[in-house]
Design a protein around this ligand. Structure first.
Ligand code: ZN
Length: 80
């Protein structure tokens, strides 16, 4: 599974995605980038995860929440 963090244009013509991917060799998530076809930009923008800083009023914690645009409410990791 890829977690797409960013879709960016490089050097006027090359599009790149930046993402985390689980790497069995590293036994964890590894940050990677690769160039993509320009036609795939809308697709990757659609599945991109958005990073939101969220504040929980229950326990006064701030946490970073990864979501896709169609997913539901953020859940506090402490209060969940
Ligand atoms: Zn909380």
């Amino acid at each position: 599974m890829k977690i797409i963090l960013s879709v960016a244009k490089k050097d006027d013509s090359i599009w790149k995605i930046y993402y985390f991917e689980h790497d069995p060799n590293e036994n964890g998530m590894v940050f990677k980038s690769k160039s993509i076809n320009r036609l795939l930009v809308p697709f990757y923008n659609m599945i991109k995860f958005h990073r939101n800083k969220v504040y929980c009023t229950e326990c006064d914690a701030r946490f970073t929440f990864f979501n896709r645009w169609f997913s539901g409410k953020p859940k506090c990791p402490d209060c969940d």
